[in-house]
Write a protein that binds this ligand. Structure first.
Ligand code: M6R
Length: 369
C-alpha cells in the first residue's frame, strides 16, 4: 500500500504531479477557458459577490493565504483569509454578497465546519474545496470543488496542499472569467501554464537528492527560519509548519520585509535560514528586495538555503545552498517552491528518528474544536 516507499508521506509527495494533473482534468476546455459546472453557484450569483472570505486551518489555511493573492489580482475583489478557529468568535461582517470558501482536505475539520455554518447563518454562499467525497463540509456547503489528490494518509499534508492550490487558482480564474477582468490575456496565459504545471512539479521531484543530503546535515539543529515575500510568504509558513510537525524543531516563517522589524535579532552564526525567492521576471522589485534580505542575514552569520528559479544568477553569491526550481508565473510559484520544503521536513524527521506518517500528538483529521 505504500507502493515501495518507506512512508506514505514519501509516496504522497511523489504522487503530486498526478494529483495536480487530476485536479485540472476536465476543468480546462480545449479553447482554454474554464468549465466549473460542478460549482453550483450561478455565474449571475458570482457576479453579485462583493467579497471573498476564505476559512481553513493549518496547511489548508496556507493554501487560502496564497489564494488571496490570486483572487485579488485576477478579480480585483477584496479577499480575506481567516483561521477557521478564530472566525466566528470575532463576529465577522458577512452577508448574501459574500462568497465564503472553506478549504479542507478531510472535510471533517470541526473548526472549519463551525465557521462555514456561521457563514451560512449570515446568508452567505459557501463553496467547499475538499478532497474527501461526501464528507461533512461539502455536504453542508452550497457547492463543492473537489480536489482529486486521492486518499492522503500521512498526517502531514502534501499532495492535498498542492491540489488545494490548483483548486484555488481555478476558482480565482473562473471568477475572473465570469466577472470580466482587465487581465484577460494574462488569465489565458496562466491557464496555459497551469495546464502544464504538473510536468514542472515532476521536474522538481527529480532534483531532490541534494535537498535530502542537506537536511541530514541539519539534524542536530534546534531552529530553522523560513523567509518569503508575496506568495512566497505563505510558502515559508508552510515550510515551517511541516518542520514543526514532522521534525519537532522550532521553525518559524516570516515575511522577509518584516526582518528589520524584529526577527533579524534571531540571526546568529550558522543558523539555517530558508529563503523562497520570487521570480526575477514579473515582480522584479520583490526579487531585488529579497536578495538584499539574503545579504543582510548572511552578513550576520546565517547559513542561507536559497530556493530560486533556474537562471536567477543574482542569488548565487549569497547562497550557501542553492535549490533550483523551474520558472513559473509568480502566482503559480508555490506549486513548485513548496515541494523541496516537504522533502526537507520529511528527511529531517527521518534523520531525527521521528515517526514520519504519525507525528506525536497529531491526528489526521481534527474533529474537535
Ligand atoms: O483536513 P483539513 O484540510 O481541514 O485539515 C486542516 C489541518 O488540520 C491540516 O492541514 C494540518 O495542519 C496538517 N497536519 C498539516 O500538515
Amino acid at each position: 500500500e505504500k507502493g515501495g516507499y518507506d512512508y506514505f508521506m514519501l509516496k504522497e509527495i511523489a504522487e503530486q504531479p498526478k494529483a495536480v494533473a487530476d485536479t485540472l482534468l476536465g476543468r480546462i476546455d480545449p479553447s482554454g477557458s474554464l468549465t466549473l459546472d460542478e460549482v453550483r453557484i450561478s455565474p449571475q450569483e458570482l457576479r453579485e459577490v462583493d467579497k471573498v472570505v476564505i476559512v481553513a486551518c493549518g496547511t489548508a489555511f496556507h493554501a487560502g493565504l496564497i489564494a488571496k493573492y490570486a483572487i485579488e489580482h485576477w478579480t480585483r475583489m477584496p479577499c480575506e483569509v481567516e483561521l477557521a478557529s478564530e472566525f466566528r468568535y470575532r463576529d465577522p461582517i458577512l452577508d448574501g454578497r459574500s462568497l465564503v470558501i472553506a478549504i479542507s482536505q478531510s472535510g471533517e475539520t470541526m473548526d472549519t465546519l463551525m465557521a462555514l455554518r456561521h457563514a451560512r447563518e449570515q446568508g452567505s454562499k459557501v463553496l467547499a474545496i475538499c478532497n474527501t467525497n461526501g464528507s461533512t463540509i461539502p455536504r453542508e456547503s452550497d457547492a463543492v470543488l473537489y480536489t482529486h489528490a486521492g486518499p492522503e494518509v500521512a498526517v502531514a499534508s502534501t499532495k492535498a496542499f498542492l491540489t488545494q492550490l490548483v483548486a484555488c487558482y481555478l476558482v480565482a480564474l473562473y471568477l475572473g472569467q465570469v466577472r470580466g477582468t482587465k487581465w484577460g490575456d494574462e488569465i489565458q496565459a496562466v491557464i496555459r501554464d497551469l495546464s502544464r504545471i504538473s510536468e514542472e512539479v515532476d521536474r522538481v521531484l527529480e532534483t531532490m537528492e541534494p535537498v535530502r543530503a542537506l537536511a541530514r546535515t541539519l539534524a542536530a539543529k534546534d531552529t530553522v527560519l523560513f523567509l518569503g515575500r508575496h506568495v512566497g510568504y505563505p510558502v515559508a509558513l508552510e515550510g515551517a509548519l511541516k518542520l514543526k510537525e514532522l521534525a519537532y524543531m522550532h521553525a518559524e516563517g516570516f515575511a522577509a520585509g518584516e526582518l528589520k522589524h524584529g526577527p533579524i535579532a534571531l540571526i546568529e552564526e550558522d543558523l539555517p535560514v530558508v529563503v523562497v525567492v520570487p521570480s526575477p521576471r514579473g515582480r522584479s522589485v520583490l526579487h531585488d528586495k529579497i536578495v538584499s534580505n539574503i545579504q543582510e542575514i548572511r552578513a550576520r552569520g546565517a547559513r542561507t538555503i536559497v530556493i530560486a528559479e533556474e537562471g536567477d544568477e543574482a542569488v548565487v553569491p549569497y547562497a550557501d545552498h542553492l535549490i533550483r526550481i523551474p520558472a513559473t508565473p509568480t502566482l503559480l510559484q508555490p506549486l513548485v517552491a513548496t515541494v523541496p520544503l516537504q522533502v526537507f521536513a520529511c528527511e529531517l524527521a527521518t534523520a531525527r528518528g521521528n515517526e514520519v506518517d504519525q507525528p506525536r500528538n497529531l491526528a489526521k483529521s481534527v474533529t474537535v474544536e
